[in-house]
Write a protein that binds this ligand. Structure first.
Ligand SMILES: Nc1ncnc2c1ncn2[C@@H]1O[C@H](COP(=O)(O)OP(=O)(O)O)[C@@H](O)[C@H]1O
Ligand SMILES: [Mg+2]
Length: 369
């Protein structure tokens, strides 16, 4: 007789950790006009808490600011659901993971090193290129006057090396000649106080591909059937971002991202994307490899664009993908295949809980006596 599964499951105390947009407060001096665009609205936190509580857990929202060392120790969570973007410096998305590691507190998602590297698009691309993932030719500019390498041909695309959510990206990111390049690179370096990443402009279609899981995901998931038999990963349906009719034609900019789905000036979100099976297979394979090579954990979303010849080129990986229901790319992808918001969030939690030893693997409980 098979024993009924007892999975050490109990109700966890979960801290939901995030940085919140506070539009009532003036921005501090010296920060770029689109600073904090990647922070979350408090409503998103409430949705996340609702999803986690639907499984019986207790949750508390903790702000990812300088109060966190104290508040997290006071609350003493079993595990944290981390979506914090961090406050500053050259690796802000690694702040909360680093702090939690110091206190020995489990948390969801990627760890310190991965979150630090993935915020830096140049370093990320160097790692991918080393393992033969396709990326556009690129060069990092530390100043506006760095000599341009000859393999970089106009038009080029210029963006901050370490931002997200389209920050520092608008229609003027596409530069057609040396004067425009110098101007834009200078603007990025001065405004964002970081290097400018200069890449070949990719003129083709744009996709984003979410993946979730790991080799032993089936042992911890609430939905083991989601995960691939061989590699243990789930690939979400591919989302195409068609920004051709958006506020910034062909560029998925901060302004375009800030629009609600369906609003005037927003890009069209097409999921699943209408693409041939060959391309679909490639994009999903690249997103899986991109995640794996950076040592990402639980969930990520990789942005990919096609070049002039229709070849996919990886732009960046988001190891803290947005989780606003009905709005964030990953949530749209999950919804397109009938995965509910609660199930998506709970699987991220269970994958992490399994990794940190809070959940007994299913294999052991289902073994025949
Ligand atoms: N090399 C490029 N060629 C064409 N468009 C690009 C290129 N790099 C970025 N973009 C556009 O800018 C958007 C934001 O760039 P991305 O690298 O994804 O940064 P983030 O989303 O972190 O701001 C992309 O979604 C894409 O529309
Ligand atoms: Mg992106």
């Amino acid at each position: 007789m098979e024993k009924p599964p007892s999975r050490m499951k109990r109700y966890w105390k979960i801290a939901v950790i995030a940085n919140i947009k506070d539009e009532s407060q003036p921005k501090p001096e010296g920060v770029p006009p689109d600073a904090f665009a990647d922070f979350d609205h408090i409503e998103t936190i409430h949705h996340i808490q609702g999803a986690l509580e639907s499984d019986g857990h207790e949750t508390k929202f903790l702000m990812a600011d300088r109060t966190l060392p104290q508040t997290v120790q006071e609350y003493a969570p079993d595990i944290c659901f981390n979506i914090a973007e961090g406050l500053g410096g050259d690796a802000r998305e690694a702040h909360v993971p680093a702090l939690l590691e110091m206190f020995g507190i489990p948390y969801t998602g990627s760890r310190v090193l991965t979150n630090a590297i993935s915020l830096d698009k140049t370093l990320t691309k160097r790692i991918w290129r080393d393992r033969r993932l396709p990326v556009a030719p690129f060069q990092e500019f530390l100043t506006a006057d760095d000599p341009l390498r000859p393999e970089l041909k106009y038009p080029l695309f210029v963006k901050p090396a370490r931002e997200g959510t389209g920050m520092g990206v608008d229609a003027r990111a596409i530069v057609k000649n040396e004067a425009e390049l110098r101007e834009r690179a200078g603007w990025v370096v001065n405004t964002y106080q970081q290097p400018a990443l200069v890449e070949t402009f990719l003129s083709g279609r744009e996709f984003t591909v979410g993946v979730m899981g790991r080799a032993d995901a089936k042992l911890y998931s609430r939905h083991p059937d989601w995960y691939d038999e061989k590699d243990g990963f789930h690939r979400f349906p591919i989302l195409e971002l068609d920004a051709s009719r958006s506020v910034t034609p062909n560029v998925y900019s901060q302004a375009a991202k800030a629009k609600d789905v369906g609003e005037k000036g927003a890009p069209d979100y097409i999921c699943p994307a209408d693409i041939d099976p060959d391309l679909e297979k490639k994009l999903k394979h690249f997103a899986y490899r991109a995640h794996f090579l950076l040592g990402a954990l639980d969930v990520s979303r990789t942005d990919i664009r096609l070049d002039d010849e229709g070849n996919p080129r990886l732009l960046e990986i988001n190891t803290l993908p947005g989780l606003t229901p009905g709005y964030s790319d990953l949530c749209l992808q999950a919804a397109a295949e009938g995965i509910s918001y609660n199930d998506l969030l709970l699987d991220i939690l269970y994958l992490a809980a399994g990794r940190w030893g809070l959940l007994e693997p299913r294999e052991m409980t289902l073994k025949k006596k």
